[in-house]
Design a protein around this ligand. Structure first.
Ligand code: HPA
Length: 279
């Protein structure tokens, strides 16, 4: 597998292996205000990011910075409450550390949740967008400098970043539950500022549906590592309108219930097909 050339994920996995033998099949990364999505995790062993090699301490309100290994609906999961952001000053490949760690621990699927601004004018706050593709506007590729074991760069196929079958299933199941969802293209901006109205107009013309400041470093690394990716994005505000982090957190908090229901519906299917996805 390709790697940025350090052993941080392996070292962090070593810390975890001293305390639990749970092998997660699915990793879940929970964004701003979405930590509550895995409140019902059972038999969990929990780790502060500060105790995991290479993990920077979280600096964002609403991000706990904890990894819990446990069971959700009977499925072994690695749940990251909080993530590592580019806008906090971290390298893009550091932002991918949770995904790398999840892979070393055994996860073959990753569910990426995030609060997002709606670019598409038909979106309303509270809706969930299921990821079908992404546009990286962060200014660099998270795999820059990574190498395959033979020393070559990882030219990763990105024709299907978000697993199509799982995205279809997410939409189908959510609608069956009466949850309003759309399929969406996630645009990643570097942050930490919210976008100007002109930037949102530009991103709309580029084909973006929702915008956020994360996801892409993780989804890109996950594809490089042969993992299946599911994106569930909570629309917290209309991008380009006045926004504050507090409003985003509050909306994400309310949307967390919806995201939790979709994840619980999907989990048995995600676990079933574990290992079936290749790079
Ligand atoms: N822009 C970028 N990231 C976001 C937004 C937004 O409007 N809302 C939540 N995360």
């Amino acid at each position: 597998l390709p790697s940025p050339g350090d052993r941080l994920a392996e070292e962090a996995a070593g810390v975890i292996r001293e305390r639990t033998s749970i092998v997660p099949s699915v990793a879940v990364i929970l964004g701003s205000g979405l930590g509550g999505v895995v409140d019902d995790i059972t038999d969990a062993e929990s780790f502060a990011f500060a105790d995991l090699s290479g993990f920077p301490a979280p600096t964002v309100p609403g991000h706990q910075g904890r990894l819990s290994l446990g069971f959700l609906g009977g499925v072994p999961v690695a749940a990251f409450r909080g993530r590592i952001h580019f806008y906090e000053g971290n390298e893009l490949s550091t932002c991918a550390l949770p995904v790398r760690l999840a892979r070393v621990l055994g996860a073959t699927t990753v569910v990426l949740t995030a609060a997002v601004g709606g670019i598409d004018r038909s979106l309303v706050a509270g809706q969930v967008a299921v990821g079908v593709d992404q546009i990286n506007m962060m200014g660099a590729n998270p795999l820059r400098g990574w190498r395959r074991p033979d020393g070559s760069p990882p030219f990763v196929d990105m024709s299907e970043v978000f697993d199509r079958d799982m995205a279809n299933l997410a939409v189908e199941r959510a609608r069956a539950l009466g949850i309003e969802v759309v399929r969406g293209v996630y645009v990643a901006m570097p942050g930490p500022t919210y976008e100007t109205p002109a930037e949102i107009e530009a991103l709309r013309r580029l084909g973006g549906t929702v915008v956020g400041m994360s996801v892409v470093p993780e989804s890109t690394a996950a594809r490089a590592l042969g993992m299946r990716v599911v994106g569930l994005f909570s629309v917290t505000n209309l991008a380009g309108d006045a926004a504050t982090h507090e409003e985003v957190l509050e909306m994400a908090d309310r949307a967390a219930t919806t995201t939790r229901r979709i994840i619980h519906e999907l989990l048995p299917h995600l676990a079933d097909r574990s290992g079936s996805s290749g790079p």
